[in-house]
Design a protein around this ligand. Structure first.
Ligand code: ADP
Length: 270
């Protein structure tokens, strides 16, 4: 039985059985349970890379240091462990800020096509390692100006594309398309032909620390926080995110954005 880390789900649970008078006390209990689960998850996530680093360092001190090749190999692995710790702490920092409402959005108008192209460039090496192609569905895509917090939206796109690579298959493709929804809104869609997510797990993937395949996901790295961060960024923008996926076939994540005024009278999206 997986533990629930989703505050909204817990709140719904309380509302089901509690009378009005009881709600307050039950909410306190839920918050306490939630806090305990969160801390439990955090320490669990930190333990794995910490033990890895400790393991390599102890082996080095126990004599492995003498051999130059082994020394280099083990130090590299220890460094990787530290890198993972940094990613996890950065993600935790982000999620804490997002959940406490501490995070102010810095709204500007920018070209979403350029932002996605930047993310493609940033992740090109990672994709190359699995021979995955990152591409726009429409090759001749025009600039499309949208309104939002550029840094946060870049992180969102990065998280989704990183996942499409991590859970993508060798030689696969990640395709992005931008669709005109209404005069004011566009839909950004990121499609992969990777391992997909079965219907049972699909409703839970946006919960923090939730992973479909615990062992598999772990070997790919990540904190289990990527999609929780994505969801919070979308909610902070008052936009919507959707996911469709079929196990063994692939996944499609799409989210809405408001077009910038600048853009309203051009044909813009494809
Ligand atoms: P993680 O750090 O484990 O990648 P995320 O919050 O980003 O954490 O994703 C949660 C889980 O959702 C992943 O562990 C994976 O099982 C599943 N998932 C996310 N994106 C995809 C995708 N594009 N294809 C298949 N599974 C995915």
């Amino acid at each position: 039985q997986p533990i629930t880390t989703d505050m909204e789900a817990l709140t719904r649970e309380v509302r089901k059985f509690a009378t009005d008078k009881k709600v307050e006390i039950e909410m306190l209990k839920v918050r306490e349970k939630y806090r305990r689960e969160f801390l439990g998850n955090v320490s669990h996530e930190l333990k794995t890379p910490l033990f890895t680093v400790q393991g390599y360092l102890s082996t080095l001190l126990d004599g492995a240091m003498e051999d130059k090749t082994i020394r280099k190999k083990y130090l590299k692995r220890a460094e990787k462990g530290v890198e993972r710790l940094i990613y996890i702490v950065e993600d935790l920092d982000m999620i804490t800020k997002l959940e406490s409402g501490d995070l102010n959005l810095e709204i500007s108008e920018f070209d979403i096509v350029e932002l996605i192209q930047n993310v493609f460039d940033l992740l090109e090496m990672k994709a190359d390692k699995k021979k995955i192609t990152l591409a726009f569905e429409n090759y001749h895509i025009q600039p499309i100006f949208v309104k939002g917090d550029q840094d946060k939206l870049q992180q969102l796109v990065e998280n989704l594309i990183v996942n499409s690579i991590k859970y993508g298959k060798e030689g696969g493709t990640t395709e992005v398309s931008i669709i005109n929804l209404t005069k004011r809104k566009v839909l950004v869609r990121i499609t992969d032909n990777g391992e997909g997510i079965d219907q049972q797990n699909l409703p839970r993937i946006f919960e923090r620390f939730y992973r479909v395949d615990k062992s598999g996901a772990r070997s790919e790295g990540g904190s289990g926080l990527g999609l929780a961060i994505v969801k919070h960024i979308i909610e902070a923008h008052k936009e919507k995110i959707y996911v469709e996926s079929e196990f063994g076939i692939g996944s499609e994540f799409s989210f809405t954005l408001h077009k910038a005024k600048l853009n309203l009278n051009t044909s813009g999206a494809v």
